[in-house]
Structures are given as structure tokens and as C-alpha cells.
Design a protein. Structure first.
Lengths: 152, 786
């Protein structure tokens, strides 16, 4: 039995009928078509499905869509504006912090959330800030460089 | 050295703006109208005869569109190497590991497909199973494949020079062993594919693969179709590291389901299935004896290795050869013998992973080099330099090092790590160690025996000039190959990088063997350069004719036509170009004739300007059995220094930093080269420190998720200093060669040598868990007491 939920995603409000067992990740990807949110495990281990929910980063594969009812969500598609890429996205491009790119949306959202809360993180805080996001390609160094470059 | 406009820069990658914004499309992001969802039935038993399969209940479930077994899929065998096709899409007579595919279902939803899978009734007769090489090789052990007695999948016996005689002449002989653990690729994007037939019978398979070409051939062979009726496309791929370098059974099942239903079908591996399918790095059991003279001259290597192969061959024949052949360098060693055995057992098959076959052999051998250096009181770097090959040298097994900056790499890490000050002066509990390694820059021969070109590329100029379209079937899987080829094309044409548009990863675009064996930069790069040169020559020929200037006196640089002598009057050409664009406001007014004008004029004279390029290596290697494996047109090489801290009370090893230098020939993109070096180090650290696929006594993977299978996280990665050492590779485009795999070779031994330096203990088993290191330290203390 579907349930109607209300969500604000990237400043756009949605009223959606969802199955009670659908995860937020599947809702975002397959029902709303925001495929920038990736799925690398479906068990909350890899962080590829990271979104910002009411100001906190979450693994959207571990959140049921119905649990998110009434919340404000930011996905990777919400960062760029008419002016172009968000400065943090620019930094990831500039520093070569992206290889296969599958973890990048999650890493960027975790990093943005970190910088929103702590504009001048130490190296250790940067490491902790993205510790829930696995990257198998880069060895993280250029990711640290990109985040560091956006620290004030 | 030649000056380049684009090559060797830190140009931004062409794909990363889309990847940063979530716009980049990967296979699972694609949905097709009327698409069905497929699911696999996989064996719950490690070894069993299939007595019967009853699919009737599954077929009755509403929403199920097709249920297929070997009856529908047929019994054509496939695999990686035609010499050893030992797999069927679905088990025909028996299953050989937990996960072996038995049937598949397509349904209107994934939930229904999974429910239908549960309704398939299979009657098994359980067979005894074996899970270790020791048990599999025992007399009377259960046999996996009837044609391979003793479960011996492959054996290799090679000797170059006279090893026994050289060992007799040696003053120092070191023998030691090394046992590694099975790895998982742990790429973040799980395998996924969508298959669809059109109404003319053409199959399109969109899939997360490193090798569209090989997948195309395997699909065509198994489905009995013409190669030209099978199109394989890869969108962006969330990495592969070797595991996605062959057709997988899900791709084949998906194509058959699409054929049976005449609907698009999507299939995904779960993370658990990624571990179940495996095909990643083998577990290696090495014994190596190295002989040397008192002056440090390395004399001989005697090498034996047993590979834990799993249930099928996969890449295993190549693996077992690579394991031996890539010990031939980077040192001048005239005598080398190798006895390699790959053994079947009832676990998932192993295959290729970054540093294919050679990583653990290197991990053991580089420790022995250190042991010899210690015994004769020589600095490990000095001993390595003393024995180091130089450009132009050939190993005893016929691998030619056409460029080789290995000594320069050692010097770079010596300086970069402050080695001379640190070595011998480390605080208690801290250690420093180094190692070298090298790897092929593309396999010298295709996986199937063939005279095929390894890569073909098309460069087409847009009819209005200005933009060059590059079409290649190569595979961007995250390493940055699209950017490398765009840069090569821009450099060769003499136009800015922004004026290149590149499309790749589609078998309709040509032949390219794909992303494995670190081959694309050199091989596809060559073909790209040739295609761009060809297109440029056609433009210049038209200009030569129009302007009456000899073609050899013209060039294209930064988007403008350069003349060796006086600039001829090109007013007529410009007027003609502008006339073609009445009403346009951005017509050229530069002092120099633009490439845009020139290529428009060329189009008006000749029609589409299309340049074609191709590449295959020259004949490589010796004539002995297995000589092909390990051959390459070039070899990349690396030196690394690792510094560690070891807690002597708990056995906890912390890697403090790593200094890495890699000779990649001419770096096409500096940033991408560093990225490959840093990524290689992180994978090497994972393998050294904590990665291990663990099985229970029934052959089931226990840690089949990314929480319990521990890859390096942002908290684990040490400081890394990556130094790019450039050489000029004569067989590479603009002098370029590999970086993707060579950079992992020294990581594990550098760490092991550093741990020894800190503790006095040599570890002969990976990974370096605190427990293992603790026990090794205690054993050592007890030995010293006695």
C-alpha cells in the first residue's frame, strides 16, 4: 500500500506516492531520476549514495523514503547553479580528485557538509569528514587537496 | 626535448565536470521503455551434480517473462583464453562453487524476478569439495574438471641460463616464502548491464566493462551471432582493476533473456554477488631462492609458485605465466627458473587484478634483495643500482626495456624521502624500506591468437572546421584515457584541447582491445596520433594546393596555420570562408589563417576529412613456450620508499609516508599520472595491511561487503609524495608508456622492508594484521632469547 510523502529536494517540493519498503536512494534514483546519487553496496558501507538530509549527511540506501517524509534533501544535482559548477566541484576538477567518478557525488556532498559546518577544517578533520565515503581509485590525496583548497 | 603545447600539461580531464555534477551516465542510470529486470539463480553448494531443474512454478508466477537454463542458453563453452574455455553460461552437469550460475529469470520487476528464482527447483547430488590448494592437490581429491587430473589447471616450467650452476657460483643464497591472500577488486560500481534487440535482430549490450571488444566477441560466439550484429557499449564505468576485463555470465544471461523476451533486460550484481563472482587477485604461495656474489652481483633466481585458482580458468593461464615472467627485471639476472602451478578448487575463480600475477612475487623477491644487501653491508639502493638494467637491455626471458628510468626513480625517492639521512638512524619502533618494480605497457599479444590491430581510431573534422571528433572503442574506466587521447589528438592536429570532442567505449567505433595490461595510453594513443596526423595531412595538402606552398613548409600550431617561410596571401581563402557564413558575426580576422578556415576549405574540396589510425606491436619476445606473456612494446617502472611505525607491544603497523617515483615515459597528463600512482599505492597498502577475502569451511565468502572487506579509507591513507620521472619511450606515442599498474609493484615490498627495519622481523604472510605481526615479533624475541 503506497503512502504519500512530501519532500523538498534541491529546493523543489515533491508530493510522491511511495511503496513503504522503497529506500530513499531508490526513490531518488529510479522514481525521481536524479541518478547522480550512486549505489555501490545498498548496505550503508560505501557512501556512494550520500545525500544531505535536514543538514546531515546520510547513506540514502539506509533511509526508507517514508522516514524522510517532510525533510529537506540536497543531492549532487543541487550544487551547480546557473553560474556553473559549485566552487567545490570546480576544485575537484581542478585538482584531479575524480577518476572513475562513482564515489565523487557522495564525497563532494560529505565535503560540502563538512565545509558548511567547519569552514577551516584541519587535515584530520577533512579525513574524518569523508571517512564514510570509500574511493578505490584515487588514494584520496587529490580529494584532500581539493577540499583543502576550499577551506577558508 | 621537444616542446609540446598540450602533452605533459595538467589539463583538466574532459569527463570530470560531468562526474562532479552527477550528470555522467553509468549503466545503472539508464532505463529503457518496457525494460524487464533479470535475476540469477546461483548454486548454494560448492560442488554438486545437477540431477534436475524444474522451472514450472517460476514460469507460472505472474509477471515472469522468461526463465532460462542451459537448455535455452546452450552449451557453447567460453572463457578468457580460447585455449581454455571451461565455462558455460549456466551449469550443464554440475556446479563447482557457491555462486555458479544455474538459471536466470526476466520479469516485470526485480522483486518478481527474485521471487521466481526462489521457485526454481533444483535437485542436487552433493559432491565432496576442496577449498585449498593443498587439499585440491592431494591424491584422491575430488576432481573439478574431468580433463584436468589432480585439479591442475595449468603448469609452467621455464629455465633461462643455468640456475643451478649460477647458485653454485653464488656467495650468498637466500631462500624464503611468501603467502598472500585472495583479493577483491572492490570497485565501487557493481557490475550491471542492459541488453536489447532491435527489430532487425541487432543486439546492443550496454555494460560496465573494461573490454567492449572481448565482450562483443564472447557474446557473438555464445549466442551464435555475427560480430557485426552485436554492439557493446560502455557508458562511464565505476572502475574495474582487471575484474571487468572479460565477459561475465550475467552479461551473457542478460543477452539471452533479451532474445527470449524481445524486451530490454537489465541485470545488476549485488555487492555480495561481486564477491561471489570474484575474478580478482589470486592467492599466491611463493618460494624463491636468490643467489648473489659478495660484491652484490645478483646471479640467479629459482622461483616456485602455487596459485589458488578457484573453480574456473578465467585469466589464470596468463596469470600463472605473468607470475614467472615479470621477475626477469628490473635487474640484470642471467639465470632464472620458474615452476608455476595454478590449482582448481571449489571457490570462485580468480582472475586479473592491477599488477596481474606479479605483485606478490615482487613482494618476496624485493625482500631478498634487501636481505642480500644487509648481509654484505651494502645500502639497498646501491645494490639495486649496481644490478639495474638500462634502456636497451633485454631480460633473460627476452623482455626488452626500450626505455628504463629505474635508476632515476631510485635517485628520486632517495632524495624525496631523505633516505641517506634516515636509513640507519630511525627511532626505535620506526623503520624505512624501499623496493623497485616494473610492469608491461600493454600486452604484446591479444588474448585470442590473432593478427588483429590492437586499436583503431577515427578522427573526423566537422564540416565547418574547428572541431575534431575522435572515435575510439577504447575504455575510459576512470583512469583518464579519454582525456589522454583527446590531448594526443589535439597535440597532433595542432589545435586547442577544447576543440576536441571524443567518444569512446563503443564497438561500432572500431577495434580496441580495451583497458587491461596498462595498454591504452601506448596502443590507443598511437592509433589516435596516427589518425590525427592523417587528418591534418589532408588539410595541409588542400592548403598546399590552394596556396601553392609546399606541404612540408606548413604546420598547424595552437589552431593556426604556420608557414616556414613568408606567409602567403590567403585572402581568397578567407573570403571564401566568410562567404560561406553570411550573417555570422564571429568570422575570423586574425593575422594568421585559422585551422577552422583551413579545414572548411579542405571539406569544400574533398568532402569529409577523416583520418584513420591503427596500432599493433611489432613482433615481441622469444620463441619458448609462454614467451608471449610478459612481452610488451615498453615497460614502466617504479621505486618506492615506505616509512612505518610498529607498536612492538600490539603488532600494529602504521604507514607514516610513502615516496614514489615512476617512469611513465612522457607524461601525457601529469595530474592523471600522479593519480594512478596514488591510487596504486592505496591498493597496495590495502593488500599489504588488511585486505583478505575470507571463506568458511563450505567455500562461502564470509566478508562479502565493504564493511568487513577492508579497503583503504581516508583515515588509512598515509602521506604520499609522487614524483613523475619522464623518459622518452621510442615505442610510445610522444614517448609515453604505462603508469596504471607498474606503480603498485614496489608498494608491498617497500612496506615489508620497512617493517623489517623497524622490528628485525620478516613477515612471510599477508596481510600484516596486528595479530600476525605481534606473533612474528614474539617468535623472533623467543628465538633471540634462545
Amino acid at each position: 500500500m503506497k503512502k504519500i510523502i512530501n519532500l523538498t529536494i534541491n529546493d523543489q517540493s515533491h508530493e510522491i506516492a511511495v511503496e513503504p519498503n522503497i529506500t530513499l536512494a531508490d526513490l531518488i534514483r529510479y522514481q525521481l531520476g536524479l541518478t547522480g546519487t550512486k549505489k555501490g553496496c545498498d548496505t550503508g558501507d560505501c557512501g556512494a549514495c550520500t545525500v544531505v538530509l535536514d543538514g546531515e549527511v546520510v547513506n540514502s540506501c539506509l533511509v526508507l523514503a517514508v522516514q524522510a517524509n517532510g525533510s529537506v534533501i540536497e543531492t549532487i544535482e543541487g550544487l551547480a547553479t546557473d553560474e556553473g559548477l559549485h566552487p567545490l566541484q570546480e576544485a575537484f576538477v581542478e585538482k584531479g580528485a575524480i577518476q572513475c567518478g562513482f564515489c565523487s557525488p557522495g564525497v563532494i556532498l560529505s565535503a560540502k557538509n563538512l565545509l558548511d559546518k567547519n569552514p577551516s577544517p584541519s587535515e584530520q578533520e577533512i579525513r574524518e569528514g569523508i571517512s564514510g565515503n570509500l574511493c578505490r581509485c584515487t588514494g584520496y590525496k587529490k580529494i584532500f587537496d581539493a577540499i583543502e583548497s576550499q577551506s577558508s | 626535448m621537444k616542446e609540446f603545447d598540450i602533452i605533459s600539461s595538467r589539463a583538466h580531464r574532459v569527463d570530470t565536470p560531468d562526474k562532479a555534477t552527477g550528470q555522467a551516465v553509468y549503466t545503472d542510470d539508464i532505463s529503457r521503455p518496457g525494460m524487464l529486470y533479470g535475476a540469477l539463480l546461483q548454486s548454494p553448494h560448492p560442488h554438486a551434480k545437477i540431477i534436475s531443474i524444474d522451472t514450472s512454478e517460476a514460469r507460472k508466477l505472474p509477471g515472469v517473462k522468461s526463465v532460462i537454463t542451459s537448455k535455452e542458453a546452450g552449451t557453447i563453452k567460453y572463457g578468457v583464453s580460447p585455449a581454455r574455455y571451461d565455462e558455460n553460461v549456466f551449469a550443464v552437469d554440475k556446479v563447482r562453487y557457491i555462486g555458479d550460475e544455474i538459471a536466470a529469470v526476466a520479469a516485470v520487476s526485480l522483486e518478481i524476478a527474485l521471487k521466481a528464482v526462489e521457485l526454481i527447483q533444483v535437485e542436487y547430488e552433493l559432491l565432496p569439495a576442496v577449498f585449498t590448494v593443498e587439499d585440491a592437490m592431494k591424491e584422491g581429491a575430488p576432481q573439478l574438471h574431468k580433463d584436468f587430473s589432480g585439479n591442475l589447471c595449468a603448469e609452467v616450467h621455464q629455465e633461462f641460463g643455468d640456475v643451478d650452476a649460477a647458485l653454485k657460483e653464488s656467495d650468498i643464497i637466500k631462500t624464503s616464502t611468501m603467502k598472500s591472500k585472495r583479493q577483491d577488486g572492490a570497485f565501487i560500481e557493481m557490475q550491471v548491464c542492459i541488453a536489447e534487440f532491435d527489430n532487425r535482430g541487432v543486439l546492443t549490450l550496454v555494460t560496465s566493462t573494461q573490454v567492449p571488444h572481448y565482450v562483443q566477441r564472447t557474446v557473438a560466439m555464445v549466442l551464435g551471432m555475427d560480430v557485426g550484429k552485436v554492439r557493446v557499449k560502455k557508458p562511464y564505468v565505476g572502475a574495474g582493476f582487471g575484474i571487468k576485463a572479460a565477459a561475465n555470465p550475467m552479461e551473457l544471461a542478460c543477452c539471452i533473456l533479451a532474445r527470449e523476451t524481445n524486451k530490454p533486460v537489465k541485470m545488476n550484481f549485488t555487492r555480495e554477488q561481486v564477491f561471489m563472482y570474484a575474478r580478482a587477485r589470486h592467492q599466491f604461495n611463493h618460494t624463491i631462492t636468490t643467489g648473489a656474489k659478495k660484491d652484490g652481483t645478483l646471479m640467479a633466481i629459482k622461483h616456485e609458485c602455487v596459485l589458488d585458482g578457484g573453480a574456473y580458468t578465467s585469466f589464470g593461464i596468463a596469470t600463472v605465466y605473468y607470475t614467472g615472467s615479470l621477475l626477469g627485471g628490473p635487474y640484470k639476472i642471467a639465470n632464472m627458473s620458474y615452476d608455476g602451478y595454478r590449482v582448481y578448487n571449489n571457490k570462485p575463480a580468480c582472475g586479473a587484478q592491477r599488477g596481474h600475477g606479479a605483485v606478490i612475487a615482487r613482494a618476496l623477491f624485493e625482500q631478498q634483495v634487501d636481505m642480500i644487501a644487509e648481509e654484505i653491508g651494502m645500502d639497498p639502493m646501491e645494490l639495486r643500482i649496481k644490478n639495474m638494467m638500462e634502456a636497451g637491455d633485454t631480460t633473460c626471458n627476452d623482455l626488452n626495456m626500450s626505455s628504463f628510468g629505474m635508476s632515476e626513480c631510485i635517485e628520486a625517492v632517495r632524495t624525496g624521502s631523505d633516505w641517506d639521512q634516515k636509513k640507519g638512524n630511525m627511532e626505535p619502533g620506526k623503520g624505512i624500506g624501499m623496493a623497485c618494480g616494473f610492469f608491461v605497457s600493454g600486452a604484446g599479444y591479444p588474448i585470442y591468437r590473432s593478427d588483429t590491430y590492437h586499436g583503431t581510431v577515427i578522427v573526423k573534422l566537422t564540416e565547418d572546421g574547428g572541431t575534431a571528433l575522435v572515435y575510439t572503442a577504447s575504455a575510459e574506466i576512470g583512469q583518464g584515457s579519454d582525456t589522454a587521447f583527446a590531448m594526443i589528438a589535439a597535440e597532433a592536429l595542432g589545435i586547442p584541447l577544447e576543440n576536441i570532442r571524443l567518444a569512446s567505449g563503443d564497438t561500432d567505433m572500431g577495434v580496441d582491445l580495451g583497458a587491461y595490461s596498462s595498454r591504452q595510453t601506448l596502443m590507443t594513443g598511437h592509433a589516435t596520433k596516427e589518425a590525427a596526423d592523417h587528418a591534418k595531412a589532408q588539410v595541409l595538402e588542400v592548403l598546399a594546393d590552394q596556396l601553392n606552398v609546399p606541404v612540408e613548409e606548413m604546420d598547424i600550431k595552437k589552431g593556426f596555420i604556420e608557414f616556414a617561410g613568408d606567409t602567403p596571401d590567403f585572402t581568397a581563402l578567407r573570403t571564401r570562408y566568410i562567404k560561406e557564413h553570411r550573417g555570422w558575426t564571429d568570422n575570423p580576422d586574425s593575422e594568421k589563417l585559422t585551422f577552422t578556415e583551413a579545414s572548411r576549405i579542405a571539406f569544400l574540396e574533398k568532402g569529409s576529412i577523416v583520418g584513420t589510425g591503427k596500432y599493433k606491436p611489432h613482433d615481441l619476445g622469444g620463441k619458448f613456450k609462454g614467451a608471449a606473456v610478459g612481452t610488451s612494446p615498453a615497460y614502466g617502472c617504479s621505486a618506492q620508499v615506505a616509512e612505518v611505525t610498529v607498536d612492538m607491544e600490539t603488532g600494529q603497523v602504521t604507514i607514516d609516508n610513502i615516496t614514489d617515483a615512476h617512469d611513465c615515459g612522457k607524461a601525457i597528463n601529469m595530474t592523471s599520472v600522479e593519480g594512478q600512482m596514488e591510487g596504486s599505492i592505496s591498493m597496495g597498502i590495502g593488500e599489504a595491511m588488511h585486505e583478505e577475502v575470507i571463506f568458511n569451511d563450505k567455500g562461502q565468502v564470509l566478508n562479502n561487503d565493504l564493511a568487513e572487506y577492508k579497503i583503504v579509507t581516508s583515515m588509512d591513507m598515509p602521506q604520499v609524495k609522487a614524483v613523475v620521472v619522464e623518459s622518452d619511450e621510442p615505442n610510445g606515442p610522444y614517448g609515453a608508456k604505462e603508469v596504471g599498474e607498474g606503480a603498485i609493484m614496489p608498494t608491498i615490498p617497500a612496506i615489508l622492508n620497512a617493517v623489517y627495519n623497524a622490528t628485525g622481523v620478516r613477515l612471510n604472510e599477508l596481510p600484516l594484521t596486528p595479530e600476525r605481526v605481534y606473533h612474528a615479533i614474539q617468535d623472533y624475541k623467543n628465538r633471540v632469547k634462545k
